[in-house]
Structures are given as C-alpha cells and as structure tokens.
Design a protein around this ligand. Sequence first.
Ligand code: NAD
Length: 456
Amino acid sequence: AALQMFTQIMSGNPLSSTEIKQIHANLVKGFKSGITRPLSYRRHQLLQLARLVQENIPAIEDAVLADIGKQRQECTLTELGPIVQACLYAAENLEEWVKPKKPEVEEFRKTWDVTVYSVPKGVALIISPWNYPYILTLSPLVGAIAAGCPAVLKPSESTPTCSAIMAALVAKYLDPAAYTVILGAVEETTVLLELQWNHIFFTGGTNIGRKIAAAAGKNLTPLTLELGGEKLLFGKVQNAGQLCVSPDYVLIPRSIATPFKDAVKKAYEGFFPSDPLHPESNWSKIVNAAHFNRLEKLLARTKGEIILGGKVDENLRRIAPTVVTNVKLDDPLMEEEIFGPILPIIEVENTEEAVQIVGDRPSPLVMYVFTDSEDLKQKLLNRTNSGTLVLNDTFMQLSVHEMPFGGHGDSGYGAYFGKSSFDIFTHERSYINVPAAMEPFFGYRYPPYTDESYKA
Ligand code: NAD
C-alpha cells in the first residue's frame, strides 16, 4: 500500500509556479494568524513528527533501500533514530528555550524592563540533498517547529521514492496549514527561491550553495548553508562514503604508514568477509549514473596505488570500497570532495606537515584526528579551522545534541542541532519599557542644542 501511495504521488504532475506561490501565500497567512506560536502546538507537532517516523519505519526503510540501496540497520541507526531523539529533546527543552531573557543591565536602566524575546522568524524553506534523505530534511524541520515557524520542505529529486513518501507522511501527520513538502528539481526550487522567506536552510554541494546564497541575498533572506579510519574505515563505508562528514582523505606520518595500512586491511577484511560487489551483498549503491561515472573516472585517473577494492559494477551502480595509497596532493582524488567509497592515503613527513596541508586547504566540515598528543591537539586548534574537530573517532559529533553542527568557509555557515536548531529559526526580539519616572533625567537629549545646554 505504501509503494502504491508513493507511485501515485510521483505520477502526479509537478506543481506549477502558481500553485507553489499559493502554498507559500497560505503559509504566510497561517503564520500571521499565529497558529504556529503556542508552545502546546509546537510540542504537539514535534511529537507528531516523532510518530511520523516511528509508525512508518518499514515504509521509510523500503524507500531508502529502493533509492540508494542503504540497509535497514544503517538507515535506523543514522537517520530514523536520531530524528526521533531530536524531536523528543526539543519537545522536552522547548519551555526553557523560549523563556524571555533578562540581561544584566546598568543600574540606571534597571527599571526599563529590558527583555529579549525569542520569537519565530517566520516562514522557512528547507532544501535538502539525497544522501541522507530523511534526517537532512526533518532535522532542520525540528528546529523550525520548535521555533514556531511554518516551513516548506524541498527534498531531493535524486531520491524520488523517499521524497514522495515524505510528502504523503508530512501531509498526514503534521498540520497542513503550516508544513508541506514540495517535490521537484531545479525548476521548482528556482520558483521557491524567488519567493520571500524568513529563513532558508540549505544542505548540499558548495557550488549550488553559492547559487542559493545569491538568491537569498536578493531578498535579504537569512540563510544557513550546510555544505559539503577501523573507526576510520567505518567513517568511509557508511552510505558508501556518500556522506558529508565522511573522511575525504587521510594524512599519515610516513613512520607509521605501514602498520596503518595493515590495520586498514584487517578492518576491511572484517567488514567485508565476502565480495561487496556480489549481487547478493548488501553494499550500498551509488545514487545515480552521473555520480557513478564521476567516481569511476576518478579511479581511472588517480596516479596512486589501489591496495584494496577498485572493482566497479556499472549495472548495479556499485563501487567496491577502495583504498588508494601513495596519493600526492595534486592527484585527481584531491581535486574536490570525493563523496563515494574511495579513500586516498597521503603520506607526510610528520604531523607538522599534516597541520600545514590542512591549514592551506579550504576549511572542511569536519576534521578527524587520531592522536593522544595534547601538543598536536593545541596545534590543530590554533592553526587550522573546520566546522568540527573530532579526536579519536568518526561521526560521534553527530550524537551530541548540546553542541552546534555546521561548517566554516567553503563548508558553509550557520549551525544546527538541539538548541542551535531552535536558534536558527528564532529572532531575538529586544524589548524595553521606559518608565515615565526617567523623564527628569532625559532633559539633556532634547533640542535646541545650545552652548548652555551643552555645558549643563
Ligand atoms: P546538491 O547541492 O546537488 O542538491 C541539494 C539540493 O539543491 C537538492 O534539493 C536539489 O534539488 C537542489 N538544487 C540542485 N541544483 C539546484 C539549482 N541549480 N538551483 C536550486 N536548487 C538546486 O547536493 P546533492 O548532490 O543532493 O548532495 C550532495 C552534497 O551535499 C555533497 O557535496 C555533500 O557534502 C553535501 N552535504 C552536506 C551536508 C552538511 O551537513 N554540511 C550534509 C549532507 C550533504
């Protein structure tokens, strides 16, 4: 029945530009009428979003499996569980987050009732990529709901089954007067971007991110851009490396390169006891032919040495997890984000050279460093930059609700998760109420400005 439902939605014609504008106008109207503001409403929508996921796990997993071949366990672990957690965390903390703040003020202004109210910014647009179709769309939505903002979700056209079922579920579980999914690709997104939003939240590639920033700039719309090791190998093989926080390359001091490669080989054999390209294996596929061809060309062009994997299967769009050693900084593998199951290893003289290399390249979304050295940690903190710095594991930053997740420089701007998601969609509205009793102190500010009043 679920499959039938999304096939039906997918066969429907895409929305016309007039229909998209009408949806936007309705949400603006809904926001102005105040429907999304009451805390009870926000909490209810957050819990509904958690239910949306919990009550539809098999259907969502089917969709993710159909679109990108991601296994159920991986889907629940990396997408569905964290969404439910984020909803519950926000619902639980909401009351605390919205409390008006009373900043400490100078004695003179103590009677002015100086207050900062956390108010919803307004109607939000959330545009997401295909690689984690659910969490990258619904997790920003948690922030919008918590903040009291209506939102349009525009998931990726590259995961059509996931996007269609999301549209159906959002319509069923959330208030349609405030939350809606608009399906489509560049054409529909372009129409969306011409409209006046109060916040745009974009996750995707750096090049498209620049276009989104230009469109948002035209309307002065505030924008968030989320752009693009056994532990190390684990980081690379989730979702076949199609993950914004996947390690993109490894820098390893020459003195320990051999034991490191041996350890990677051992982990590889443990993770893939049989051929990952066997038709029956559950290894994820590459999302589409364009990305498959891009990755295949990279493998053909690299001057490094493939020590593990390297095989591809065009029909199944699969690329074996591949480890390439002896890679140089000017290798094709180092030109841009790989976004696939290929891991280049670059040997460096020492950690100092590694720090220099990272410091000279565009700021990554995340840097993973395996070390116990306090000295190296300090060097990294002082001389490099990245959205996040993780020591001695991969991905675990994503489980810490209490700290912001976001990029820096080429990896984007703005950050979310937990309270930061609420903050994104919130305007800090300053407020004072100046008592009439202050008036005697204000005589000085009124014109005419004469020599006499100046001296006074
Ligand atoms: P993408 O940038 O191609 O697409 C993202 C969204 O933008 C899609 O919804 C798409 O429909 C829309 N879009 C594409 N072209 C557009 C255009 N010309 N005008 C308007 N909208 C347009 O990204 P993708 O290929 O779907 O996802 C992969 C990228 O996302 C990688 O670079 C990855 O690093 C990045 N990513 C970043 C994060 C993060 O949190 N920082 C998370 C996941 C993925």
